[in-house]
Design a protein around this ligand. Structure first.
Ligand code: PNS
Length: 159
């Protein structure tokens, strides 16, 4: 039984997240998607809203479980008995930070494996922070986020 974790902020989830989520879910028995949040930082969406949006876009994947935690990634991984953490890589720019994070996490929790999945090139330029910035100025984000959650993001910026 393989239980992997796909951690992130998911504020909001993007098509790039969904690509990595779907591909990772095919590789393990259970994929725990973990909304990791810092209570000191107020995001656009609450952790509960982010979890609900992820559940909606992954509704057809029976082996996906969505949780949230304000703990360290390694603490959440230990609590859910995770053997492997999955992170998406958009471009080579992501890799330096991701390798540092993977090495830090493995120093704290030896035995935890970290798998990096390159996103599909068509999603390489998408980030949640740019989605928020564009949506805030009423730009078109419809090709950046899953259709199921587009109304949520638009509503977050309605006056
Ligand atoms: O989607 P993001 O913002 O790239 O995800 C980053 C995230 C949430 C995975 C990272 O910030 C994280 O692990 N936060 C939990 C706190 C923690 O463990 N910090 C030490 C990381 S080495």
């Amino acid at each position: 039984m393989t239980r992997w974790m796909f951690p992130g902020s998911f504020d909001p989830p993007t098509l790039g997240h969904l690509d990595v989520l779907r591909r990772a879910a095919r590789l393990c028995d259970e994929l725990v998607v973990a909304v990791l949040h810092n209570p000191a930082k107020r995001g656009l969406f609450t952790p509960e809203q982010r979890m609900e949006m992820i559940r909606r876009v992954a509704a057809d994947l029976p082996n996906v479980r969505v949780v949230s935690s304000d703990a360290l990634l390694v603490q959440a991984a230990a609590a859910f008995e995770i053997t492997c953490v999955v992170r998406g890589l958009r471009t080579s720019h992501d890799s330096a930070g991701e390798i540092q994070m993977a090495q830090l996490n493995r120093a704290m929790l030896p035995g935890l494996e970290v798998l990096m999945i390159p996103t599909a090139p068509s999603f390489a330029f998408i980030s949640s922070s740019y989605v928020r910035e564009i949506a805030a100025k009423h730009g078109d984000i419809s090709t950046f986020v899953p259709a199921e959650i587009l109304p949520d993001v638009l509503a977050a910026y309605e006056v």
